[in-house]
Design a binder for this molecule. Structure first.
Ligand code: GLN
Length: 533
């Protein structure tokens, strides 16, 4: 039978529950336990796919085409194991399922209520992962902060779940904040005591407290927290702010979080964790022999979370190249043919980001033109690939006014157009071309050299695509379509052979870059930028 770990958060949001969950999962995985992580999000959207990146950061897409929370990106980067729709569930989805059942008449005349119907659906979603038989341990992160109205059904479901499966099979880790008051020169435990009380109100005694802090918490503070919150002293775990999120697994190991969890869940196999590959990666990350500045051209640059997986993919690809990648953000709104050279000065390459809608698109075209003409390494992702095609059509093919139909529905040359299957779709949520699709690579191309494979699978999230009516013309003028979807003929990769490194991908390579397997396109792009530095 699978064992279950719930991770809750108290005092404030943004404590890093996702990182703690991913770090614990990494340690358990390194000890030979097959582990997965699930996140419940307490908002009413059925998934984050319809949310503006400014609201919620990047939307992380899984192989099975689920649009999910960006914490799943951490789970995959840390564990190297793909997640799926089952790993991210929102309140909206829970209610949708319950309401659909009610409409079908499945509740046989009963009044449908939060308890038991919503809580049962929450518990079913947790069990679903356990029942696959694939995992020894399931870590379920409850989004939001204890005390929020939205969290109540989840806490009640957790209370019941624990009662259902027994305390040896299910533990609760509560993440909390220990603030330091400079005036009093003291770490304060009261917010933690209050948030644990809040949990107790819901009938839940946490087993482990992970304390986020900027100062080390000494034995006296640990004892005090243990006494007032009714946990063992060794179950009070310090989680100090560290240099990078990739330090957290080793920090948690030093604090023996994994040992405490193993003993509470009475797990038998206590093999020492094998973290050789992780440590090798950290060694490279911390001791770069070189550095390079790369521009990220996008319109959501004010919020780092909007391009989370891209930043992390650069970190991972940097480590693979033993170099520090400094990502310099460039607001695409503000680019003009006059200022482009100055805006990109000192950069050894540019990545043009994914995106939706008109704002900032013309700026991206200006950047793409500059990169193509000056030999600056160019990496376009999704909209960044479409940008490259529009730019090439306008300035090399001479198709005046060429555009993506997304930006100009009446363009004379819709070199990027809506995929046929998308034309009739009116509903926004979950209707894009989503998830993993095959892509055949043309031999002898840059893509083929980088992947060293004839066929790959990458993840998608888009409605528009290269218009194949223009493919021949584009190729005749020197743009190579090096990756093609074998079923539909959709162009997935374009590149320019007469350029040091110029490639656009319709898919999102940043979603498949992990600590142990940094994405080959990012690794190669960083290398090309280094050569150009
Ligand atoms: N807006 C473009 C499309 O829908 C690109 C999407 C993206 O960059 N993810 O095709």
């Amino acid at each position: 039978m699978a064992k279950y770990i719930f991770v809750t958060g108290g005092v404030t949001s943004s404590l890093g529950k996702g990182i703690i969950a991913a770090s614990l999962a990494k340690l358990l995985q390194a000890r030979g336990f097959s582990t997965t992580i699930q996140k419940f999000d307490p908002y009413i959207n059925v998934d984050p796919g319809t949310l503006n990146p400014y609201e919620h950061g990047e939307c992380y897409v899984t192989d099975d085409g689920a649009e999910t929370d960006l914490d799943l990106g951490y789970y995959e980067r840390f564990l190297g194991v793909p997640t799926s729709q089952a790993n991210n569930v929102t309140t909206g989805r829970i209610y949708q399922t319950v309401i659909e059942k009610e409409r079908r008449g499945d509740y046989l005349g009963k009044t449908v209520q939060v308890i038991p119907h919503i809580t049962d659906e929450i518990k079913r979603r947790v069990r679903l992962l356990g029942q696959t038989g694939e995992y020894d341990i399931i870590i379920t992160e409850l989004g939001g902060t204890v005390g929020d109205i939205e969290s109540l059904p989840y806490l009640e479901a957790l209370r019941q779940f624990r009662w259902d499966v027994g305390e040896d099979n299910c533990i609760v880790i509560h993440l909390t904040l220990i603030p330091y008051l400079a005036a009093a020169k003291e770490l304060k435990t009261k917010p933690t005591q209050h948030s644990v009380k809040e949990l107790l109100n819901a009938g839940i005694q946490p087993d482990v407290l992970v304390c986020r802090t900027d100062q080390p918490i000494g034995m006296d503070i640990r004892r005090k927290i243990a006494l007032f919150c009714n946990v063992a002293v060794n179950s009070v775990v310090e989680a100090m702010t560290v240099d990078t999120v990739y330090d957290v697994p080793l920090y948690m190991m030093k604090e023996k979080l994994d040992e405490v969890v193993i003993s509470k869940l009475r797990l038998k196999d206590r093999r020492e964790p094998d973290l050789k590959a992780w440590k090798r990666f950290l060694g490279r990350l911390k001791n770069p022999t070189d550095s390079v500045k790369i521009g990220l051209i996008g319109k959501y640059i004010e919020l780092k979370d909007a391009y989370k997986s891209i930043y992390e993919s650069f970190t991972l690809a940097g480590a693979a190249n033993e170099c520090k990648v400094e990502v310099v953000t460039v607001q695409s709104d503000n680019l003009t043919p006059e200022n482009i050279e100055q805006k990109l000065e000192g950069l050894s390459g540019i990545l043009v980001a994914p995106g939706f809608g008109e704002r900032g698109f013309e700026g991206k075209i200006i950047a793409a033109r500059y990169a193509r003409e000056s030999g600056l390494p160019y990496f376009g992702i999704c909209l960044g690939m479409q940008t490259a095609v529009v730019e090439f059509s306008r300035h090399v093919l001479g198709l005046g006014g060429a555009n993506s139909a997304e930006m100009d529905a009446d363009t004379a040359h819709p070199v990027i157009h809506k995929m046929p299957g998308q034309i009739k779709i009116k509903q926004m949520g979950g209707t894009m071309r989503l998830g993993a699709y095959d892509c055949d690579l043309k031999k002898g191309t840059l893509a083929h050299k980088i992947y060293k494979e004839n066929s790959i699978q990458e993840r998608h999230r888009h409605r528009f695509e290269l218009n194949n009516d223009y493919k021949e013309k584009l190729e005749a003028a020197g743009m190579v379509c090096s990756g093609i979807n074998p079923e539909t003929g959709l162009v997935e990769i374009v590149e320019l052979p007469n350029h040091p490194w110029y490639l656009g991908a319709q898919f999102h390579p940043e979603l498949k870059s992990t600590v142990e397997e940094p994405h080959p396109l990012f690794v190669s792009f960083v290398k090309a930028c280094l050569t150009n530095a």
